[in-house]
Every structure is written in C-alpha cells, then in structure tokens.
Design a protein around this ligand. Structure first.
Ligand SMILES: C[S@@+](CC[C@H](N)C(=O)[O-])C[C@H]1O[C@@H](n2cnc3c(N)ncnc32)[C@H](O)[C@@H]1O
Length: 294
C-alpha cells in the first residue's frame, strides 16, 4: 500500500467526486430521517496542500493547481448552483482552518466534507486500511459521538455496517486502484452491499485510464442486476492523450431523484474549467434505467 492521497488532494478527480458527493448528501437530506454515510476508503480526512508540495522527496508536481486551483478565483455566483455549493464548502473549510493566502491551502477530503454536511440525526462511518492515514483520521474524527473510525479493509464495511438502524445509507467506495483486482473487489463489495441493503445509495469512484477496462466493469455491474444506476464521467483529455488518467467516473446506484440533473450541471462546466488537453467531455449514462413512475 504505497498510495497516499495527499499527493492527489484537490486534483480534478477530487473536484468531480466531491462536487457530486455534496449533491448526493443534499438530496438524501431532503428527507428528515437520519442516514448513515459510510466512507469505505476514507483517507486521512483533510489535506494541507503546502505540505504536499514540500514534503514529497520526489518533488512531484502538485495536482491541485489543475483541480481546485482552477476554481479558486472563479466567482461562485457565476457557477451553476450545485457546483457553487461545493466551491463554497471548500473555500469555507480552507478559511476556517486558518488560510489567509490567496491560493487554496487546506483541502477537505471526503470525511471532512461529510462531517460538514451531516446533521445531528446522521452518522458517519470512516474506514481506512493504512495505519498512518487512519491514525491521522482518528486524531481528527475519533471519539466524536456521531462518527466511527475503523482501521480495516473497507471492502468489509458493507458487511459490517449494512443495513444500519436508520435504514438509510450512502456508501462511498473510493479505492486507490493500486491492486490489479481492484475492480473485482469493488464488484464483490457491491454484490454484498446490495444483498444486504438493496435500497442504499452506493457511489463508486473509478479512474478512466483505459476505456475498455471501465466498460468491462460497468458490464459486470449491470450483471448484478442492480436498481437504477447512473455512471457520471468527466474526461479532461481525449482518450489518445499522453495523460495516464484521462478522466474519471462516479457510478451511482440508486441515485436520488433529480441527481442526474445536478450531476449534469456540475460536469458540463467542469469540462472547460478542468481541461488539460483537447478532446475531454462529460457523459451521463444510465447503466440501469429508472423505471418511469417507480
Ligand atoms: C483515493 S484515497 C481516498 C480519498 C478519500 N475518499 C477522499 O475523497 O478524500 C484511497 C484511500 O484508500 C486507502 N485504502 C487502500 N486500500 C484500502 C482498503 N482495502 N480498505 C480501506 N482503505 C484502503 C488508501 O490508504 C487511501 O487512503
């Protein structure tokens, strides 16, 4: 496990994933009943982007300037509301953490975003396998009444946590895709999660490095015979580009009502804002369609 999200924090993939995550939570919170938000691959919680720049012995280029950096100076009032929601949340987090500079410094990972959004009736379960990452996560979130932090294999989380007493759940599966069989592990977790709680909302992040590999994954998901499932994708370059990761996707099983409309409002402006080479685009694809009137 060599992956450290710190080097990628605030990149284009985080922007896309986190903007959609905010809308998923908002949509689920339209109902007053509490919910469990389960983050199976939580990371360390939040990131100091200045440490990421200076702390890497390989002097790797930071990725945030081509991600959240591109949105930092944009007037939120000019953005579609769902994208403005995310930008406002991130700017607010950065300011509250003490940044007084003109560039972003403190970036919230999915745990910090979820922590900002949960209501007193909601709960958070944060799973992270890497001991050092989990130790940081625990320092920030351990011991709080609504939040459980677990140092363990996140693929076991659906079995351990579903169905929750609230009978409402959002499950974010955001692996590092280090392992050769990562897509297969995701499918296994989805299979088990759906068996335990077919009504949960599952959101799976995936990289677009090879179109064929992703299409195969989506086909296997379809074979699980899931409830309505929407694939939201953003590419920042054409598939022939020299970039290794040309884009990414968020697969959403049981997307809340009108989530697709919010997703489109997020993805379409991001195509131009986050482009790194010609040929990028946005795509919303119903892997399993909603049944009219259902
Ligand atoms: C892409 S990062 C997560 C980023 C985070 N969800 C966010 O949006 O801020 C993936 C994380 O999964 C962790 N990880 C890798 N394999 C894991 C596993 N089997 N179970 C739980 N965590 C794992 C890595 O250490 C890394 O912190």
């Amino acid at each position: 496990m060599n992956y450290r999200h710190h080097f990628h924090a605030g990149n284009f993939a985080d922007v896309m994933k986190h903007a959609l995550l905010v809308q998923l939570v908002h949509a689920l919170q339209k109902k007053p009943k509490g919910l469990l938000a389960l983050d199976t691959h939580a990371g360390r919680g939040s990131y100091d982007l200045e440490v990421a720049q200076t702390g890497d012995s390989l002097a790797r280029q930071p990725e945030w300037p081509a991600g959240i950096g591109r949105l930092w100076t944009v007037d939120a009032a000019t953005l579609p509301a769902p994208l403005a929601d995310y930008v406002t949340l991130v700017r607010d987090f950065d300011r509250r953490q003490g940044n007084v500079g003109t560039t972003p410094r403190f970036y919230p990972g999915s745990p910090a975003i979820l922590d900002r959004l949960v209501r007193p009736v909601d709960r958070l379960a944060l799973w992270e396998k890497h001991p050092e990452e989990c130790a940081v996560l625990r320092t920030e979130f351990g011991g709080l009444p609504r939040i459980a932090v677990q140092e363990a294999d996140g693929y076991g989380a659906p079995r351990a946590c579903l169905p929750p007493p609230e009978r409402r759940a959002l499950v974010l599966i955001d692996p590092s895709f280090e392992a050769q069989d990562e897509f297969a592990q995701v499918v296994g977790a989805l299979r088990e999660g759906l068996q335990r709680m077919a009504g949960a909302v599952f959101a799976v992040w995936y990289p677009l490095t090879q179109r064929a590999r992703v299409d195969e994954f989506l086909m296997v998901v379809r074979e699980l015979n899931p409830p309505p499932t929407l694939a939201c994708e953003l590419t920042i370059a054409g598939m022939n580009s020299f970039l290794k990761m040309k884009g990414c996707g968020l697969l959403v099983i049981n997307p809340p009502w009108l989530f697709d409309v919010a997703a489109r409002a997020i993805l379409e402006p991001l195509v131009a804002l986050l482009a790194q080479a010609p040929g990028g685009g946005a795509r919303l694809d119903w892997i399993v369609r909603e049944t009219p009137g259902a």
